[in-house]
Design a protein around this ligand. Structure first.
Ligand SMILES: Nc1ncnc2c1ncn2[C@@H]1O[C@H](COP(=O)(O)OP(=O)(O)OP(=O)(O)O)[C@@H](O)[C@H]1O
Ligand SMILES: [Mg+2]
Length: 500
């Protein structure tokens, strides 16, 4: 039996970067094939070669044993390859049916679209994945989980043999992730092959049959997942062992930096109280939608405080907008790198100094040597993968863009740092660098607040954890409390209020 899809000797270059170098991969029918590698290793580029977005300089693509050339995405689709992108390809104003059929609706006699058949087919496709949804409703009213299923349904409609998923779980909540896993297994049992890209090793172990590791654009290994373990995977990815994934240090909390007293932002958070001290890392745990990001936005002046009181350094304050927050020494490393974090059409260096102008000027003018120094330092400490600081931020790989957002705010030299899902999309090796930076900041006496959906990360790095649910604080747990464990935090996150 020949592989459904095979790449041989593929090389793809960008100015100053060899994104793929003599890369090879074979994907068998009906297997879930994991693809993993550091940020900038070339995973997304490989996908774009498979989907006909990029034409490689060298190498061959084979589908069912036959050599093919993809001059366009259409060629790849026609060959039975589909891709569920991280930024979903959904038109929010259109119905689910229209989204599933995009440009290839069923026509009835007279050439008009036959919506009755289309709705029925769309319903059937979703139902075959165990999803019940009114397909005539606008996509806008559905959550990410359902919309992702709509993309998969679109792939099934075209009889895709290979469905590619590029970090599909990064914007899903826990129950949606479970649902996706179930659907992936269902697809596999029907003989569809899945190429699954993720930075979450647990996910790969749970789901994949085989895994391919790449580094610097090259193939490192392909193995049955059962022959691999965490350490082997990490070593193959980063070329060294990562001894301690969570380099927690002992912190001595100082004065209270931020205090919330019964803060309400209507429709977002309700009666939220907590304190965060200088010199400590305060974690915020909870399910997606629990109100953690909203709490950060209240601190950052991005959501109104309708009731209650916010104190900074013991003084009651009104933070009117993000600019006001920055003036008060607050930095917000956001989870939404494209919305608030990064200017994609500016250079990496410009982004890195965006919040740090006063540190790179000389006599009122921007000093090129200071800009260079600051950006070079960030690129090194965060291991941002680029040949040149003057390259556009938008050309970086996803994870490297996130590192620029982090670097930008660290350079701002603030007193209070809000890290919202800081390591989302970042590879294991670079995560440790981010944790080390948090440690350094804490030991310099900064106040660190970290929102994270990764419980190991919350437990690994926080001195104290606040658990939220439905916009309210459910529990506050100290590191030395016996309740400082996954079980008890999950219980609080799902709704058991704990005595404080
Ligand atoms: N359009 C482009 N122009 C210039 N360089 C690019 C372009 N796309 C990707 N690159 C570079 O190619 C390399 C591989 O990038 P790619 O996006 O494939 O990495 P990745 O493995 O998907 O990383 P991540 O885990 O961060 O998503 C990186 O160095 C990246 O900066
Ligand atoms: Mg990528």
């Amino acid at each position: 039996m020949s592989p459904v899809v095979e790449l041989k000797g593929v090389t793809k270059k960008f100015p100053g970067v060899v994104a793929l170098r003599d890369m090879a991969i074979q994907i068998e029918p009906g297997e879930v094939h994991g693809l993993i590698g550091e940020n900038g290793a070339g995973k997304s580029t490989l996908i774009k070669v498979l989907t006909g977005v990029y034409q490689p300089e060298e190498g061959e693509i084979h589908v069912d044993g036959e050599r093919r050339k993809f001059a366009s995405p259409q060629d790849s689709q026609n060959a039975g390859i589909a891709c569920v992108y991280q930024e979903l390809n959904i038109v929010r104003q259109l119905s689910l049916t229209d989204n599933i059929f995009l440009n290839q609706g069923i026509k009835g006699p007279g050439g008009l679209l036959d919506y009755k058949s289309m709705d029925a087919k769309a319903t059937e496709l979703l139902a075959s994945m165990g999803i019940k949804a009114d397909v005539t409703k606008q996509a806008a009213i559905f959550g990410m989980g359902v919309l992702q299923m709509v993309e998969i349904a679109r792939a099934l409609l075209k009889d895709a043999k290979l469905i590619i998923m590029d970090e599909p779980t990064s914007s899903l909540g826990e129950s949606e992730v479970d649902e996706l896993m179930r659907v992936v297994r269902e697809l596999r049992s029907r003989g569809v092959a899945i190429l699954f890209v993720s930075h979450k090793l647990e996910e790969l172990f749970e789901l994949c049959d085989r895994v391919t590791v790449m580094r610097d654009g090259e193939h490192i290994l392909t193995e049955d997942i059962e022959n691999m373990d965490n350490d082997k995977l990490i070593r193959a990815m980063v070329g060294r062992s990562v001894e301690n994934q969570f380099p927690k240090q002992d912190n001595t909390p100082g004065e209270v930096a931020i205090e919330f007293r019964g803060v309400t932002s209507v429709g977002k958070i309700k009666n939220v109280s907590f304190t965060a001290r200088y010199g400590e890392i305060l974690g915020f745990a909870g399910l997606v939608g629990a109100g953690r990001t909203e709490t950060m936005r209240c601190i950052f002046g991005d959501l109104p405080v309708d009731a209650g009181e916010v104190l900074v350094d013991g003084k009651s304050v009104r933070i009117r907008n993000p600019r006001d927050a920055v003036r008060k020494g607050i930095a917000y490393v956001t989870e939404d790198r494209k919305g608030q974090g990064l200017v994609l059409n500016q250079s990496i260096a410009d982004n890195l100094i965006l919040s740090a102008f006063r540190h790179v000027t000389k006599g009122g003018w921007l000093s090129p040597s200071k800009v260079h120094e600051m950006s070079a330092k960030s690129i090194e400490s965060l291991r941002i993968k680029t040949p040149n600081a003057d390259n556009l931020a938008g050309k970086l790989s996803g994870g490297n863009q996130q590192k620029v957002v982090i670097g930008k705010w660290i350079n701002s030299v603030s007193n209070i740092y809000l890290f919202d899902e800081p390591t989302r999309g970042i590879d294991v090796g670079a995560k440790v660098e981010v944790y080390n930076i948090m440690n350094t900041l804490a030991s310099q006496g900064k106040c660190i607040i970290m929102v994270s959906s990764e419980l190991p990360e919350v437990l690994g790095m926080s001195d104290r954890v606040i658990v939220m649910r439905g916009g309210e604080v459910m529990a506050e747990i100290n590191r030395d409390d016996p309740k400082f464990n996954e079980d008890d935090i999950m219980k609080a996150a799902w709704g058991e209020r704990q005595e404080q």
